[in-house]
Ligand binder design. Structure first.
Ligand SMILES: *Cc1c(COP(=O)(O)O)cnc(C)c1O
Length: 450
């Protein structure tokens, strides 16, 4: 091909009406220009023969890659229930419907249907949270990290916040709770040591700080355990101590379970009700960890403090959007109606009997005609229940190169994420939604045939 015989962009547009319909004129023009530039470069470079691939097809492949969503569904066969990198909690049908409905048209997000006047978006999840937890008041924000930032900004800016060194956690992605806390303008008073904190450490810090000047905070160790030579006072004792010095006690639970994880053969995860029963003034937790809902940060506690938090300017900056409020309310309703185990995917996965997990792995094995079943472990993950795992049956495939096999699985549509154990690929049925079975098997078959 010589440069002279190259068509013009206008000529290409005349034969590219299908591309214009699919991708719009400006983007199609940009793709044609890029392809023409590429061909000119190839011709000028001399050595290489210019590609014979038709110009339209080359433009289309650019258009496809430019418009492909970067965020897409994947099949999680890792057995990690709350995989932060894979989007944490899958939502219940009711939550998805509620989010869909509220985003299709208009809603009474901030409109009082009785008076016809302006209303508040903050009321939407509040009543359910009050009923569910017995807390005087509640507020929903963007996520739990913003709940920490907002709460301390409203209650502790330029004041002291006492926290044990054993709770200075990094929550993942390099984000550290103490850094988020400092952003509020609070002065962190670290007490105790990494493995031990005593009530006398709290007393000392409170005495030094003087009355009314401090917040005492607990941050739950969501993603690690301290074992061995350790000591930490009971929550009730810490709260009573804080109140003795007229201080506010803020409990950052992170995951904040509403159900008792111990009932499912796991370690006990602190619940929201326990914190409130211990008289914590404000309790913070995530919407998309053990709650199993959309990304959100939930703040519950004493009415007078929540009112102060609601009024802080940052509350506007970290507010929850209407789809979040709709999805979260629907999720919370499952707990209120005592149907969480049946309706919320996360709790369905947790409570799935081992025999049923095995049955699905057997089905996969039959369909694929290879592999073997192994007793393995699913984990909760996502900054909940550190190191906590429970039994599962996985399908194990021996492969020549596990890394290459995993890479091919990730390239499929939809991508599949699995894990390796002793050079074998493990597929855990617990985290694969039943409706994804066919796609998963097709994907594995494709890779096995390579
Ligand atoms: C996970 C976690 C957070 C942050 O929650 P996000 O909802 O991810 O913002 C804060 N504190 C603790 C203790 C956590 O475990």
């Amino acid at each position: 091909m010589s440069l002279r015989s190259l068509p013009s962009v206008d000529q290409l547009l005349q034969s590219g009406s299908e591309l214009i319909t699919a991708y719009g004129r400006p983007l199609t023009v940009a793709a044609f220009r890029l392809v023409l530039d590429e061909i000119r470069d190839e011709v000028r470079a001399g050595g290489g023969t210019p590609s014979n691939e038709p110009i339209l097809a080359r433009a289309e492949s650019h258009l496809i890659s430019w418009t492909k969503p970067t965020l897409q569904p994947v099949i999680n066969a890792t057995g990690v229930l709350l995989h932060t990198n894979l989007g944490r909690a899958p939502l219940s049908g009711a939550a998805i419907r509620a989010m869909d409905e509220v985003s299709r048209g208009y809603s009474n997000l901030e409109f009082d249907l009785q008076t016809g006047k302006r209303g508040s978006r903050l009321i939407h999840a509040e009543a359910i949270l009050q009923k569910l937890t017995g807390a005087e008041a509640a507020l929903v924000v963007n996520n739990c990290a913003s709940a920490v930032l907002l709460t301390l900004s409203a209650l502790a800016s330029r004041k002291r916040v006492i926290i044990s060194r054993s709770q200075l956690v990094e929550i993942g992605g390099g984000f550290r709770v103490p850094d988020v806390m400092k952003q509020s303008g609070a002065k962190l008073i670290e007490i105790g040591t990494t493995n031990k904190v005593r009530i006398s450490d709290y007393e000392e810090a409170l005495t030094e700080s003087g009355p009314l000047s401090v917040v005492v905070m607990r941050a739950h160790r969501s993603n690690f355990k301290i074992i061995g030579f350790t000591e930490e006072p009971e929550l009730k004792e810490i709260v009573e101590n804080a109140h003795k010095y007229n201080s506010i006690f803020v409990d950052d639970l992170g995951s904040g379970a509403l159900l008792d994880t111990a009932k499912y053969g796991m370690q006990h995860e602190p619940t929201v009700l326990e914190s409130l029963a211990a008289c914590a003034d404000v309790v913070l937790f995530s919407g998309d960890k053990l709650l199993g809902g959309p990304q959100a940060g939930i703040i519950v506690g004493r009415a007078e403090l929540i009112a102060k938090i609601k009024k802080h300017p940052l509350a506007r900056a970290v507010r929850a959007d209407k789809t979040c409020l709709a999805g979260l309310s629907a999720t919370l309703l499952h707990y209120l109606k005592d149907e969480a185990e049946r309706e919320i995917p996360l709790w369905r996965m947790v409570s799935l009997p081992l025999e049923q997990v095995k049955g699905r792995a057997e089905h996969w094995k039959r369909e694929l005609g290879c592999g073997e079943l192994v007793l393995s472990e699913s984990t909760v993950g996502g900054g909940s229940l550190p190191g906590e795992s429970f039994p599962t049956w996985a399908l194990s495939l021996p492969v020549k190169s596990p890394d290459k096999f995993l890479a091919r699985l990730r390239k499929n549509q939809p991508p599949v994420v699995a894990r390796t154990e002793n050079d074998r690929i493990l597929f855990d049925p617990r985290t694969v939604l039943p409706e994804q079975d066919a796609d998963l098997l097709k994907s594995i078959k494709t890779v096995l045939m390579v």
